[in-house]
Design a protein around this ligand. Structure first.
Ligand SMILES: Cc1cc2nc3c(=O)[nH]c(=O)nc-3n(C[C@H](O)[C@H](O)[C@H](O)COP(=O)(O)OP(=O)(O)OC[C@H]3O[C@@H](n4cnc5c(N)ncnc54)[C@H](O)[C@@H]3O)c2cc1C
Length: 442
């Protein structure tokens, strides 16, 4: 059996794992980063429909018991390889309610990655029209902050919303770039490495066990950071004896409301260039429709009649709702995932839907055939919550065992998650661990 000594072991290379790996490598720690997927960026199918099927869990056909579709990318960079490149600062309640202050980490990330909205001429005509319709109705739509730099595209910015399959034009920042930084600073990345469980003795962590390809391996360290995402992290903890891991989850349950217009819709425009948050009700609206080939797949789940409208894809105008769903269901040890909407969730979703319909009509959509897509979940989170399974330092009851990813959210964000996860990871790596971590385990 292979063994790997290190100071600090990190499981998962999404924004949580990649950021902690980079910051700790920068601080001179011997970091071992274990990722179950591989680096897809140089693959010929990266950023294509075929690619998107290959590097997502169950070829994107992962469903909760209630039928909610979950897109779960598994590769170097985690879900940021397929995200829409949107950024939002952590909600104020992180500091006010949970005493987790992420201000300086957020600011440093915004400055470093030059996070800002796309230039007005790149926000898309149809998307801008939707935002203007929203504003005309009294909803204060704003240009969405983006992890996107069109100037980085060697052959010109040609987003076409295909960045949700994996960015091919190069504009979008992904956590794989922080993995590159970590490796160049001396961290070791092992791909195809699936961690099954954490080991501990006398209340202190000793390492992890799993498989690299088909071969078992053991890695030892006295600091372990689990960053395998909202579904992966509770599963590892369950297998390690944490019975309450995965009990309850949040998802920012998402739907799109579509209408048809005579002009070109927002399908080929960069995703989510404008948004509006209703903090009182707990949801966010943004400009988005499913990429071309995903449209019939998603709509077939609803009803084949909607899938047959595929030929009108170019004329669809879409608004996305992200709901601050209440904690419910969970990720269970037998493989099931459940995410029922509560009565209150359904009521708020219904009211958000009505507002979207008004906006679509104001933007010129035909009132007679507006419709909602099936429910889906792109932010599985809240499965290893702060103040439940980890403390505000993100440490579990096992000394030296931390969790740092979307699973620690104590409640749904209902906004883009990545900037918050990066800030949490910087706070852990630079603020918390230097004060508590012991010297090398070896
Ligand atoms: C289509 C889509 C669009 C999105 N758009 C946005 C957006 O615009 N803005 C935004 O902020 N957020 C967006 N999100 C959400 C965001 O990408 C995720 O919330 C975020 O990446 C979660 O980060 P994480 O570190 O928790 O985990 P992940 O990014 O999920 O990374 C976890 C990693 O751990 C690995 N892993 C899992 N299990 C194991 C194991 N047992 N052993 C080893 N490795 C393991 C996985 O392969 C994965 O690489 C989007 C998500 C999707 C799917």
């Amino acid at each position: 059996m292979k063994t790997f000594p290190s100071d600090i072991l990190i499981v998962g290379s999404g924004p949580g794992g990649a950021t902690t790996a980079r910051e700790l490598a920068r601080a001179g720690k011997k970091v071992l980063l274990l990722e179950r997927g591989v680096d897809q960026r140089k693959s010929a199918i990266y950023g294509t429909y075929l690619g998107a099927l290959t590097y997502t869990d169950r070829m994107s056909l992962l469903f909760t018991q209630e039928g909610l579709n979950i897109v779960r990318p598994m590769m170097v960079g985690g879900a940021t390889s397929m995200y829409c490149g949107c950024a939002a600062p952590p909600p104020a309640w992180f500091k006010d309610k949970y005493k987790i202050d992420l201000e300086s980490e957020t600011e440093s990330t915004i400055n470093e990655l030059k996070i800002e909205p796309l230039a007005p001429e790149l926000r898309g005509e149809a998307s801008t029209r939707l935002a203007q319709a929203g504003k005309a109705l009294g909803y204060d739509w704003q240009p969405q902050l983006k992890f996107m730099k069109p100037a980085r595209c060697p052959n010109g910015f040609d987003c076409g919303a295909k960045c949700m399959l994996g960015c091919r034009c190069g504009a979008k920042w992904s956590a794989a770039e922080f993995v590159d930084d970590a490796v160049s600073l001396g961290a070791t990345l092992i791909t195809n490495a699936t961690v099954h469980r954490v080991t501990y003795e006398g209340g202190a962590v000793t390492g992890v066990e799993g498989r690299i390809g088909g071969d078992p391996f053991v890695a030892k360290a006295n600091t372990v950071i689990i960053a395998a995402g909202g579904i992966g992290s509770p599963r590892i903890l369950q297998a390690s004896g944490f019975k309450e891991a995965g009990q309850g989850m949040t998802m920012d349950t998402t739907v799109m409301i579509y209408g048809f217009i005579k002009e070109r819709g927002n399908g080929n425009e960069p995703p989510m260039t404008w948004s509006w948050e209703n903090l009182e009700e707990g949801y966010m609206l943004s400009t988005l429709i499913d990429p071309w080939l995903l449209y019939p797949m998603m709509m077939a789940i609803k009803d084949v009649r909607y899938a047959l409208q595929w030929h009108k894809w170019n004329n669809i105008l879409g608004v996305m709702i992200k709901l601050k769903d209440e904690i419910s269901g969970g990720v269970f040890a037998d493989g099931r995932i459940s995410k029922p909407l509560t009565v209150r969730d359904r009521e708020r979703l219904g009211r958000a839907e009505e507002i979207c319909k008004k906006i679509l009509v104001e933007a010129g959509a035909d009132r007679s055939n507006l419709f909602m897509t099936p429910l889906r979940g792109t932010h599985p989170s809240g499965t290893v919550r702060v103040n439940h399974l980890v403390d505000t330092n993100l440490q579990t009851e096992v000394k030296g065992l931390y969790v740092c990813d979307a699973s620690v959210f104590p409640e749904a964000l209902a906004r883009p998650t990545v900037l918050t996860i990066i800030a949490l990871a910087k706070r852990l790596a630079n603020g918390i661990l230097p004060k508590v971590a012991e010297p090398s385990g070896g």
